[in-house]
Ligand binder design. Structure first.
Ligand code: 5GP
Ligand code: MG
Length: 178
C-alpha cells in the first residue's frame, strides 16, 4: 500500500473545507447528507467542525460491484429527513466520473430543498464524464484507485486512517487470504 494522503494531511484538508462551509453558510441551519458508505468517516470528522445547527441524513449509493470498474448505480433514499426549504449539503467520498453525485444531486433537488450543494473529499483528475460543479473539494488526486478513510476495495480497507493506493502486491495478498 502506498500512502497518498496521510492522516495529518487529511485533517488539514477537512479543516479547510469546514472553514469554507462555515464561511458560506454562517449561522444558517444545514442538512448534511452522507452518501453511504464511503463518506461515513469524512462526515463524522467534517460535521464536528461545522458551527451552524446541523441535521444529518444519508442516502445509500453503490456503483462498484466489488471491483474497480463502474456498474449500474443503485440509490436508496429511504433514510432522508424532510428536506423542504432546507440548505442541503451532499457529502461524498470521491468524485470520479461524476455519475453518482449527479444522480444524488438530481434526486435531492426534487425533494424541495431551498439550496443543494456538494462536498467531496477527493476529486479524481481526468475522469469526469459530465458537467458538474462540486462546491467544496478536499483534495485533487491523480487517476489511481484509492482506498482508506472510508473508501473500500471489495468491502475492506475502509478503516485505514489514511488514503492509500493499492499496489499489485496488495491485491495478490488479498486473493491468497480469500
Ligand atoms: P462516480 O460515480 O463519480 O464515477 O464514482 C463515485 C463513486 O465511485 C464514489 O462514491 C466511490 O464509491 C466510487 N469510487 C470512485 N473512484 C474510486 C476509487 O478510486 N476508490 C474507491 N474505493 N472507490 C471509488
Ligand atoms: Mg461512494
Amino acid at each position: 500500500m502506498k500512502v497518498l494522503i496521510s492522516e495529518d494531511e487529511l485533517q488539514q484538508g477537512i479543516s479547510k473545507m469546514a472553514t469554507e462551509i462555515n464561511g458560506q453558510f454562517g449561522e444558517q441551519p444545514l442538512t448534511v447528507i452522507c452518501v453511504m458508505t464511503g463518506s461515513i468517516i469524512l462526515v463524522a470528522d467534517l460535521i464536528r467542525q461545522l458551527t451552524m445547527p446541523v441535521k444529518l441524513g444519508s442516502v445509500h449509493a453503490s456503483s462498484y460491484r466489488g471491483d474497480t470498474s463502474r456498474g449500474e448505480l443503485e440509490l436508496d433514499t429511504s433514510m432522508l429527513p424532510d428536506l423542504n426549504g432546507t440548505n442541503a449539503l451532499i457529502v461524498d467520498d470521491i468524485f470520479d466520473t461524476g455519475h453518482t453525485l449527479n444522480a444524488v444531486h438530481n434526486h435531492i433537488s426534487r425533494l424541495g430543498a431551498a439550496t443543494v450543494q456538494s462536498a467531496v473529499l477527493l476529486y479524481k483528475h481526468g475522469r469526469q464524464e459530465l458537467e458538474f460543479d462540486v462546491d467544496f473539494v478536499g483534495f485533487e488526486i491523480p487517476d489511481e484507485f484509492v482506498v482508506g478513510y472510508g473508501l473500500d476495495y471489495q468491502g475492506i480497507y475502509r478503516n485505514l486512517p489514511y488514503v492509500g493506493v493499492l499496489e499489485s502486491g496488495d491485491l495478490a495478498d488479498e486473493q491468497e487470504n480469500n
